[in-house]
Design a protein around this ligand. Structure first.
Ligand SMILES: Cc1cc2nc3c(=O)[nH]c(=O)nc-3n(C[C@H](O)[C@H](O)[C@H](O)COP(=O)(O)OP(=O)(O)OC[C@H]3O[C@@H](n4cnc5c(N)ncnc54)[C@H](O)[C@@H]3O)c2cc1C
Length: 356
C-alpha cells in the first residue's frame, strides 16, 4: 500500500519541501497538498496587492505538476493528531505523515476591537479586501497603518506612491520604524517616508480601535481613520496549536521541533515555516530553507543516507520603498536606494519563475 504524505500549506515552506523531494519521490509514496488557494503566492508582495501597485496575477505562481502529487483546494479546519486526520471544510483527509506549513496570522495582542475593525495584509483574500476598501475611498481620506516593521513600512511607502490623494499615518510603538535594523537604515527610511508625505508617529502604543478611530497613549488620544490596517505583529497559524501537546512553544508561540523538523514527542508530524521555532525571526527566506532541509531529510530516509543539515545562514533583509528605491542589510552590508530594490525584485522574480 502506498504511503500518503499530507502537506498542509503550499506557501514558502511547503513548496520548497515539494520542489526538493519531487525528483526523488519513491514509487510507493503519494503527496497530498491541501491549501485554500489553487496556486502558490508570493506573500512578501501582499502589501502591493493591498496598495494596488500589483495586479493579483503577478503574485501567483503555478504549483509543480507531478503524477504522484494531488492538490486539494479546501479550507483546513482542524488537525486531529490521534486519528491521523485533517478536517477540511469539504472533506477529511487521512495521513501517514503530516507536514504543517500553514504560515502565520495577525497577532492583535489583545488590543480591544483591533481584530474586528482593522484590515490585514496577512492573507491573499484579506489583502484583496483591503485593496477594495482603499480603492473606494474619496480623496483626502485617512488610512492609518498600525506597525512600523518591514510590512508596515513597505505598505505605507507603496500606498503613498499609488494614492497621493490619501492621507497616510503610520503608527509605531518603538522610538523609530524598523526598530531591529541599524540606525542608518532607520534614518534613511524615516526621511523617505517624511519626504513622501507619510505621517509617522513613534512611541505610540495603541490601546483600542473602534469603528471610527484608533486610540493610543495613556490619555487615549483618538486618531480618526477611514481605513485602518494592522501590520503590528504575527503569530503562528492557530491550526497548529494542537501540535503543542507533543512539543513546547517558543516565545513567539512557534512549535519547537527536532533537527529534522519532527515534533519531539510524536513521530511523523513535521513543522516548517512561520509555525516552527527557530533562532531566527519568521521570514520567507527561513521558511524556504526549512522546507528544503525537511525535503533533504525525507530523501535521506528514502535512500538510507544519514541526514546532516547545514547550519542555517540567512542572507539578510531587503525592503521596498515604492517602486524605485529600497533598503537592505545583506551579509552585514547596508544597502540604500535603487540597488536593494533591484536585488529584491530579482529574488522574488527568481522564486516565482523557478516554481515548477
Ligand atoms: C507584507 C509582507 C511582506 C513580507 N516581506 C518579506 C520579505 O521581504 N522577506 C521575507 O523573507 N519574508 C517576508 N514576509 C514574510 C514571509 O512571507 C513569510 O515568513 C513566509 O511566507 C512564511 O512561509 P510559510 O510557508 O510559513 O507560510 P506561507 O508562505 O504564508 O504559506 C502558508 C500557506 O498556507 C495556506 N493556508 C493557511 N491557512 C490555511 C487554511 N486554514 N486552509 C487552507 N490553507 C491555508 C495559505 O494559503 C498559504 O499558501 C512578508 C510577509 C508579509 C505579509
Amino acid at each position: 500500500m502506498s504511503k500518503n504524505i499530507v502537506l498542509l500549506g503550499a506557501g514558502y515552506g511547503g513548496i520548497s519541501f515539494l520542489n526538493t523531494v519531487l525528483p526523488h519521490i519513491p514509487p510507493d509514496v503519494r503527496i497530498t497538498v491541501i491549501d485554500r488557494l489553487p496556486h502558490h503566492t508570493i506573500k512578501p508582495e501582499y502589501y502591493a496587492l493591498a496598495s494596488g501597485s500589483l495586479n493579483e496575477n503577478k503574485v501567483k505562481a503555478a504549483f509543480p505538476v507531478h503524477s504522484q502529487v494531488d492538490y486539494i483546494q479546501d479550507e483546513i479546519e482542524e488537525i486531529q493528531i490521534s486519528f491521523h486526520k485533517v478536517i477540511c471544510k469539504q472533506q477529511e483527509v487521512r495521513f501517514d505523515q503530516l507536514i504543517v506549513a500553514l504560515g502565520c496570522v495577525d497577532n492583535h495582542f489583545n488590543v480591544p476591537w483591533a481584530e474586528e475593525y482593522t484590515e490585514s495584509i496577512q492573507s491573499f483574500s484579506k489583502a484583496m479586501k483591503t485593496r477594495a476598501k482603499i480603492d473606494n475611498l474619496p480623496p483626502a481620506s485617512r488610512v492609518v497603518i498600525i506597525g512600523g516593521g518591514l510590512s508596515g513600512v513597505e505598505f505605507s511607502s507603496d500606498l503613498s506612491e499609488q494614492h497621493r490623494e490619501l492621507n497616510i499615518t503610520l503608527l509605531e510603538r518603538s522610538e523609530e520604524v524598523l526598530s531591529t535594523l541599524p540606525d542608518r537604515i532607520r534614518k534613511y527610511v524615516r526621511q523617505y517616508l517624511d519626504d513622501h508625505g507619510v505621517e509617522v508617529l513613534t512611541n505610540v502604543s495603541v490601546t483600542m480601535v473602534d469603528d471610527k478611530a484608533v486610540y493610543y497613549g495613556p490619555d487615549r488620544t483618538a486618531l480618526p481613520y477611514d481605513v485602518c490596517v494592522w501590520t503590528a505583529g504575527i503569530m503562528p497559524n492557530p491550526l497548529s496549536n494542537p501540535l503543542l501537546a507533543y512539543s513546547n512553544a517558543d516565545r513567539m508561540n512557534r512549535i519547537v521541533v527536532k533537527e529534522n523538523y519532527e515534533l519531539p514527542y510524536y513521530n511523523d508530524i513535521f513543522v516548517v515555516g512561520d509555525c516552527a521555532s527557530s533562532e531566527f525571526a519568521p521570514s520567507a527566506q527561513l521558511a524556504h530553507i526549512q522546507g528544503k532541509q525537511l525535503g533533504e531529510y525525507f530523501i535521506s530516509v528514502w535512500k538510507g543516507h544519514e541526514y546532516r543539515p547545514e547550519p542555517i545562514k540567512l542572507k539578510g533583509v531587503l525592503g521596498y520603498l515604492g517602486k524605485k528605491t529600497g533598503f537592505g542589510l545583506v551579509n552585514d552590508n547596508i544597502l540604500l536606494g535603487k540597488v536593494p530594490n533591484v536585488i529584491k525584485s530579482g529574488v522574488l522574480w527568481m522564486h516565482k519563475h523557478h516554481m515548477g
